[in-house]
Design a protein around this ligand. Structure first.
Ligand code: G3I
Length: 367
């Protein structure tokens, strides 16, 4: 069998000229403590990765850490519609292409994020999405981006964040960006278009707010489950659910509820990944040591349950270094201290959160 990007098995570690960690790893089997998270995950048939921004890939220490730790990457921003087509038919793929090249050179699997997301609709398309030809406008975009990266992207977040029960619409569907609920036709059509554009890509629906024990997240879980059930019933080509898992210290977690939700999704024949994992530390103490401990403890509690479900195939963090987290802008603490939601410090030293992820992988049942 020829080694293509698609059939590359997650867990490989051939990093070409990027970082001393990986070079060392190639020379001889490293001791267990220097194994990357991807290696610890691979022993259980699992996978580890992170979100990347193309401007970071020239940073040797960061890219070396990424290739040491990860067998899969996802573009944090570069494959969103507003970035790819800011003006109609004016396609901008430089940043995305750089990430594709980085993944290819380093033999990392690549997630596509995201073919359609209500928050990344280019200005020119917003009016079009309010008329009755909206499905065609959306599927044109989905087809364009999925076809462009056919054979490079192994799995796509086809539709991202289509559920918002607070909008009060049929089935908990989000009204944005349409102005009113339009039903699930656009979602079904998007998956069909993605499948037509790349038969081999695994197709995911991706969403947040599915972990905690609150009435709001109860409603979100119910709505996502209903959506997935409808799509499966209609024979829509959907393969997985992306659990974003933007976690937070101090939030009410009920392992029984969460476990049942994962099982219900698995029973539909879908796989899952934790796709945007991080742990907000707004409610954790100010001192770094206590804070990192609280973040790690919260992660352990959640990850053990998540990885117990065999249909969950791995974890991607939404960045590796604290300074790169979206929470640096959006997760401000009352005391003004910078958040520490990711597994590495700004100078790329591993934090207790990294150990929690490693332990959760090590203790997970085999896939
Ligand atoms: O890179 C430019 C920089 O050159 C410029 O000076 C600066 C000024 O605003 O903007 C920078 O780009 C920003 C980019 O992040 C990189 O930091 C964009 O403005 C900003 O909109 C963009 O935000 C991203 C957001 O999605 C919108 O695309 C976040 O990084 C990214 O973490 C966030 O990710 C989302 C997931 O896609 C879906 N789930 C929730 C998650 C968090 O919101």
């Amino acid at each position: 069998m020829t080694l293509t990007r698609r059939n590359f098995v997650a867990g490989g570690s051939l990093a070409l000229g990027l970082g001393s960690l990986t070079t060392a790893a190639l020379k001889k089997e490293p001791p267990i403590s220097t194994k990357g998270l991807k290696d610890i995950a691979a022993r259980r048939g699992l996978s580890f990765g992170c979100a990347v921004r193309d401007q970071h890939l020239s940073d040797k220490l960061l890219s070396g850490t990424i290739t040491h730790e990860c067998d899969i990457v996802v573009a944090e921003v570069a494959m969103k519609w507003a970035i790819n087509e800011p003006l109609k038919d004016d396609f901008q793929y430089n940043a995305a292409d750089n990430i594709v090249r980085f993944a290819r050179i380093n033999r990392l699997a690549l997630r596509g994020h995201t073919a359609f997301w209500y928050r990344s609709v280019p200005q020119w398309a917003t009016g079009l999405l309010r008329d009755r030809y909206r499905e065609k406008v959306i599927t044109d975009r989905v087809t364009e981006v999925v076809r462009r990266y056919k054979g490079e992207v192994s799995e796509w977040d086809v539709v991202n964040e289509a559920i918002e029960p607070r909008d009060g619409q049929f089935r908990g569907l989000r009204t944005a960006p349409f102005g009113a609920s339009t039903g699930i036709q656009y979602i079904a059509d998007s998956f069909h278009a993605a499948h037509e554009a790349d038969y081999d890509a695994k197709l995911f629906y991706n969403d947040y707010g599915l972990e905690y024990d609150t009435p709001q997240e109860d409603a979100r879980r119910a709505a996502v489950l209903a959506l997935l059930t409808d799509l499966k019933r209609q024979n829509v080509p959907i393969h997985g659910l992306g659990l974003q898992t933007h976690a937070g210290v101090g939030r009410r977690f009920d392992a029984v509820k969460y476990r049942l939700f994962l099982k219900n999704v698995a029973d539909l024949g879908l796989i899952m990944r934790l796709t945007e994992f991080d742990v907000a530390d707004r409610n954790a103490p100010p001192g770094f040591v206590e804070r990192d401990k609280a973040v790690a403890a919260h992660a352990s509690e959640l990850l053990h349950v998540a990885l117990d479900e065999r249909a969950v195939k791995g974890i991607l963090c939404w960045g590796l270094r604290d300074q790169d987290s979206w929470l640096a802008q959006n997760g401000k603490r009352k005391d003004g201290l910078a958040p520490r939601p990711l597994p590495f410090t700004d100078d790329l030293r591993p934090k207790p959160l990294r150990s929690s992820i490693a332990e959760a992988f090590a203790n997970a049942p085999d896939r």
